[in-house]
Design a protein around this ligand. Structure first.
Ligand code: PLP
Length: 357
């Protein structure tokens, strides 16, 4: 930190993204990317758009917004496209939180929420998950703040039902509830239909996980026209050109290939079931994940040890040092070949003596 860095950021702890090592070819199961390449149409359209990169992109993302609204079955005035869903989440912290309206989220959830709150100097209230890592909806009734819930939840993969989220919305009519559906393409119930009847619901989605476009940076917010107008004010006050022209084009191409994406996600769900079974047989306890990862703890091996042992063997998974979850590793669901490789490496690792305490 230089002596010029603003005092307001002395305590700011930046978000730590999952590692993207370049030193060797790993089987990358650590950042919940898709193992499948992007649809051909997305690549072709992006390449075509690149020829016009000397011009500013469309700040309204007109064509992409129309295609996304049709895909999600909502009105165009309900949709805002952003530079990854991290950006729409950041906008939501800016637009809907302040000293009088803290950000409320679970103790175990997406690690970017506390960072956005700190960056925007917003007070935070953390609500503990139950012992089994489920969200207790009863603790989110009549909260005097803006609620952020990842559904399925980050790191645990556990999802609330649409009915449970509807009850949270009903109990907080004067506050915004943000439902982060980054992992919404892998079987959980979406609450997007509820955006038509509620003015306090913002749903965020990403093209990074199920849609094979993590590197293109595309996210979307879906909510009532009133909320979207506020978020647009924030967007036009930070970067009107937040989604570049190649990414806008790629997004349109991906939505045209929605059927291919749906098949890819179905394969992930099938591989998740297979992985869940294989890990159970090897002494792991797993949460009931509806996401493109599993969250698992071994009866005899600590999370850090599994993470390090697998890395030495060329397989990257994610380990978090937060106390409640430090026994766990999070494993992205990849292709079947990748998951079979993981099992082979695990078998080798588990056959060795455990590391000394
Ligand atoms: C991955 C992820 C995001 C952000 O993804 P982007 O790449 O910025 O779209 C947001 N929320 C959760 C819970 C995530 O796991």
């Amino acid at each position: 930190m230089s002596r010029f860095f603003s005092d307001k950021y002395t305590d700011l702890e930046a978000y730590t993204p999952g590692e993207q090592p370049r030193d060797m070819q790993y089987v990358k199961l650590n950042t919940n990317e898709s193992p499948f390449p992007p649809p051909r149409r997305a690549v072709d359209r992006a390449a075509e758009a690149a020829k016009r990169m000397h011009l500013y992109c469309d700040p309204d993302c007109t064509a992409l917004t129309k295609a996304a609204a049709e895909y999600f079955g909502v009105g165009r005035e309900q949709v805002l496209m952003t530079n990854g869903s991290d950006e729409i989440l950041h906008f939501a912290f800016m637009a809907f939180c302040d000293d009088a309206c803290p950000a409320i989220f679970p103790d175990i959830t997406y690690g970017f929420y506390p960072v956005f709150a700190d960056l925007e100097l917003i007070p935070v209230r953390r609500i503990p998950l139950r012992e089994d890592f489920t969200v207790d909806p009863a603790l989110y009734m009549e909260n005097k703040g803006t609620i952020f819930l990842a559904n399925p939840n980050a790191n645990t993969g556990i999802a609330l039902s649409r009915k449970e989220i509807g009850e949270i919305l009903d109990a907080n009519p004067d506050h915004v509830v943000v439902i982060d559906e980054a992992y919404g393409d892998f079987g959980a119930e979406s609450v997007i239909p509820l955006t038509k009847s509620r003015d306090n619901l913002l749903v965020t989605r990403t093209f990074s996980k199920g849609w094979s476009m993590a590197g293109a940076r595309l996210g979307v917010g879906i909510g009532s026209p009133g909320l979207m107008a506020d978020l647009n004010t924030v967007k036009y006050s930070t970067d009107p050109y937040n989604v570049n022209s190649m990414t806008q084009a790629a997004g349109i191409g991906a939505l045209e290939a929605a059927e291919e994406i749906r098949e890819n996600c179905a394969r992930i769900v099938e591989n998740r079931r297979w992985t869940w079974e294989q890990l159970s047989r090897r002494g792991f306890t797993l949460t009931d994940s509806a996401a493109n990862f599993v969250f698992a703890r071994h009866e005899k091996r600590r999370g850090q040890e599994l993470y390090e042992g697998l890395k030495e063997r060329g397989v990257l998974v994610r380990h978090f040092s937060a106390k409640r979850i430090s026994d766990y590793i999070r494993i992205t669901i990849g292709s079947r070949e990748q998951m079979e490789r993981l099992m082979r490496e695990l078998d080798g690792l588990l056959a060795e003596e455990p590391a000394a305490e």
